[in-house]
Design a protein around this ligand. Structure first.
Ligand SMILES: Nc1ncnc2c1ncn2[C@@H]1O[C@H](COP(=O)(O)OP(=O)(O)OP(=O)(O)O)[C@@H](O)[C@H]1O
Ligand SMILES: [Mg+2]
Length: 308
């Protein structure tokens, strides 16, 4: 892909820096003193048991939640670092940070093309007045937007389904459509919240290869929450592990797999050796999918579907 979504530059090393972030909801501490950095062009995965704080972290990075303590800086080493905390989500998106959600947010009644075009249009410079007056500049932008939308559908393998309504698409296609829509906003950093959840093995393989191409062909940095350890271990350059809102480990996939604190977080116990990886190919046991953080209680404060 060759146009404006090829947003990555070589100007700086880090794409995002999260510095001592703490997020509380009443008595619930969702994130406690979280610090992490992500390098440009890196696929960084955030893993951890249910309720560990992964989506809360995404919500802080995208401006949905405002942490009580700490800072989040986009392009921290560039000539123009930008503070994320305190900016509204649409402003954060305009900076170059896009996301997909844990549960689907597609416009079900719209076609695949229209869903992606909405993302692309968010970057338009001409407004509704120009559209009403059919100004040449607006028509040119419309044309470019249509081409860009088709290009993105092609990129995610949905060009042939452009005119199908989103609700009728198979599950794996819907997940890829969400990624295409996020790419339409021309991000430098793409946050994916459990893109492979609910996908079958073939769909997971397709999604994994798409995510790798997002990085290698478009040059976008990817921050990836995923429970499927096969997907994580095959894609991630580095992994950060959260448990009870805290970072308990970080490193390469093989380092993390052997980390006793990680094994304990997933299994609830460390075996006698204390150093056995959760599973040969990095698949932590099924408890990883279901174990709840005991401090995680939704009560009346349960996150709305807007936030998940
Ligand atoms: N808006 C909110 N109000 C109250 N508590 C919240 C809110 N958002 C998150 N939390 C709490 O923060 C903790 C972390 O939740 P979060 O959704 O970030 O976990 P997660 O790691 O994404 O879990 P999962 O793997 O199940 O998606 C939980 O205890 C959750 O109930
Ligand atoms: Mg989550």
């Amino acid at each position: 892909m060759s146009d404006s979504t090829t947003a990555a530059t070589t100007e700086a090393d880090l794409i995002i820096e999260v510095d001592h972030v703490t997020l509380r909801f009443g008595g619930v501490t969702s994130l406690l003193d979280i610090s992490l950095v992500q390098h440009r062009h890196e696929i960084l995965s955030v893993i951890g048991p249910n309720g560990a704080g992964k989506t809360s972290l995404f919500n802080c990075v995208t401006g949905v939640y405002v942490p009580q303590v700490g800072s989040i800086t986009f392009r921290p080493e560039s000539a123009h670092p930008v503070t994320v905390v305190g900016r509204k989500p649409h402003r954060v998106n305009r900076l170059g940070i896009a996301r997909t959600f844990q549960s689907s947010r597609l416009f079900n009644a719209l076609t695949a093309f229209e869903n992606v075009k909405i993302g692309v249009e968010s970057r338009f410079h001409t407004g509704p007045v120009g559209a009403m007056l059919h100004l040449p500049r607006t028509r040119r932008e419309e044309h470019r937007g249509d081409n860009r939308t088709k290009e993105l559908l092609e990129f995610v393998g949905l060009r042939d389904r452009a005119d199908e309504v989103a609700s009728g698409l198979p599950y794996g296609d819907r997940r890829r459509l969400e990624i295409a829509r996020a790419l339409g906003t021309s991000p430098e950093l793409l946050l994916l919240d459990e893109p492979a959840a609910g996908a079958n093995p073939a769909e997971k393989a397709d999604l994994s290869s798409l995510i790798e191409r997002v990085r290698s062909e478009i040059g976008i940095s990817v921050l990836l929450i995923e429970h499927d350890m096969g997907v994580v271990m095959s894609l991630a350059d580095r992994i950060v592990v959260l448990n009870f809102g805290e970072v308990i480990a970080e490193g390469t996939p093989s380092q993390v797999q052997r980390d006793p604190a990680v094994i304990e977080a997933y299994l609830g116990t460390v075996n006698e050796n204390g150093h056995e990886p959760p599973a040969a190919e990095g698949a932590p046991p099924a408890v990883a999918q279901t174990r709840q953080n005991p401090s995680a209680h939704s009560g009346g404060n349960s996150p709305s579907s807007e936030e998940r």
